[in-house]
Design a protein around this ligand. Structure first.
Ligand SMILES: CC(C)(COP(=O)(O)OP(=O)(O)OC[C@H]1O[C@@H](n2cnc3c(N)ncnc32)[C@H](O)[C@@H]1OP(=O)(O)O)[C@@H](O)C(=O)NCCC(=O)NCCS
Length: 112
């Protein structure tokens, strides 16, 4: 899936992120509030982060997006994508947790 807009939220595929956005997602992913909810709770290195991003190239079973309003608000992803199902994951910018952005991202993403 390419970048797309839905319900006032812009979704940018991880394959298209700028260096700044790559750093932003890295910082979010390593924030204690976020990583404590991840399968791997330990901080990841920047090398692991880039390896992960490279692993997404050409893999249509996994689609990761950064969600933006006028500013970046979080991420959402589908993994294990097949013809009938997929697994959904997401996290919100750590400073914006609990302010309704999670609901907004999910609604906009599912609307598409
Ligand atoms: C889970 C997460 C995406 C929700 O986004 P958010 O912006 O904080 O949540 P919202 O303010 O939009 O609230 C969404 C709903 O979840 C509920 N909620 C939010 N945080 C919650 C929490 N820690 N425990 C239980 N419910 C919670 C809200 O009450 C709200 O319920 P409602 O729709 O019935 O009113 C966000 O808190 C987050 O990134 N958490 C860390 C990572 C994570 O847990 N990801 C999910 C697993 S992949």
């Amino acid at each position: 899936m390419q970048n797309f807009e839905s319900c006032g939220v812009f979704f940018k595929n991880y394959r298209n992120l700028s260096d700044y956005e790559i750093g932003l997602v890295f910082d979010w992913r390593n924030d204690a509030k976020i990583r404590s909810k991840m399968t791997n709770e330990r901080p990841i290195s920047i090398t692991q982060h880039y390896d992960f991003l490279h692993s997404l190239q050409g893999d249509d079973t996994r689609q990761y997006f950064v969600a933006f309003k006028t500013y970046p608000i979080g991420t959402i992803n589908l993994t294990n994508i097949n013809k009938t199902s997929a697994q959904l994951g997401m996290f919100v910018c750590p400073d914006l947790i609990g302010k309704g952005y999670g609901n907004e991202i999910l609604r906009a993403f599912l609307q598409k």
